[in-house]
Write a protein that binds this ligand. Sequence first.
Ligand SMILES: *Cc1c(COP(=O)(O)O)cnc(C)c1O
Length: 455
Amino acid sequence: MRTIIEPFRIKSVEPIRMTSTEERKGILVRAGYNLFSIRAEDIIIDLLTDSGVAAMSAEQWAALMRGDESYAGSTSFGRFEAAVKRLMPFKHVIPTHQGRAAESILFALLGGADRLIPSNTHFDTTRANIEATGAIALDLLGAEADEPASDYPFKGNMDVERLEKLLAAEGNRIPCVMMTITNNAGGGQPASLANIKRVAALAHAHDKCFIIDGCRFAENAWFIKQREPGQGDRAVPDIVREIFACADGMTMSAKKDAFANIGGWLALNDDDLAERARTRLILTEGFPTYGGLAGRDLDAIAQGLSEIVDEDYLRYRVRVNEYVLERLIAAGVPVVRPAGGHAVFLDAGAMLPHIPALAYPGQALAVALYEEGGVRGCEIGSVMFGRQPDGGERAARLELVRLAMPRRVYTQSHADYVVETILAVHEKRKTLKGLRVVREPKALRHFTAIFAPLS
Ligand SMILES: *Cc1c(COP(=O)(O)O)cnc(C)c1O
């Protein structure tokens, strides 16, 4: 069958408040043209993030009721730990309230002044947690990722040659090698199993531990099954186990590929490192069998992990992005190719060449999508990355708008509506105008800056 259907039925619904274009124009003015300042009830389709916004299944809601809130040794922890270990065979599994808490604990132990921590691409919270210890976070992404229009299947791959040179030259400064799967900051693009294993072997040859940021592990495993020669007949959980069997530890945000609204974990094989991690955990998160979460959260994660590797779900998940992308490409809309696991990226720089980078074509496009159809995406360009630590401003590498797909939340007709909105904006792209910053905070300006349209 060619029609994509959601492999689930809907039992509980949330109304969407419909707004008119006129209403949205007023909302934009009041929000200072910053989509982060718009109330959720004023959004029709919210594609701001895929983090913590998944719809839980009936079994997950049922699992909440089984939650055991015992302070120590809860049965919820037992179910959580077993569910993680079924997919990720690490010796120690340490729950945390979010992914960044796992990062903070790990880099308090492995980071420090003058240390170097290479990855394909560090996610922004990972980078911030590394840099907070005085260490340097290095991105060694393969060159294939620089070309938005190419269909290279594994744009999340690490550049192993650069990694090898770095390990040879600076090995004494490197405590561990990391990889993010899929590469969130780079468009949800996967790394191949061959690349992950090559990076692990290189790290181990230099006596370094290999840590995976596994936030979208199931999407990455699905891409391996679909795109990597020789992997097509394997079960997704088998591929997942092979990925994690070659690592010494992982950090995880359960708000991504665990279908949970909150949660995360740090997993490690090394006994001594795990003991030190648990000591820090008690200071900052909680006792090692709950780590900042309620027992019921641990149960929701445990159940979510058994659902996220379902191949019918993963096929639908990625197919929606491919479908949206195919329709956009057919209409000549510039996009990042191929489809990523959790988002579709529009290339605002290519769509709006008449708007200079520092008049924020990505922000202009994101604002236009909201005005046109009430669709909220996120600028990833010079608003997010342009302000420099010395106060100057510089154009970002690319001017993108990310449309992140919440898991199991929207349907095929919502996807059609999003496509229609994008096509309508694309049609009138030449009339779109840039923006200027009226006011901005000292750091992370994209969350709170106020803009005004250029006349
Ligand atoms: C979301 C995310 C994190 C951080 O997780 P939080 O739960 O938001 O703290 C780390 N790495 C990647 C790749 C992510 O997508």
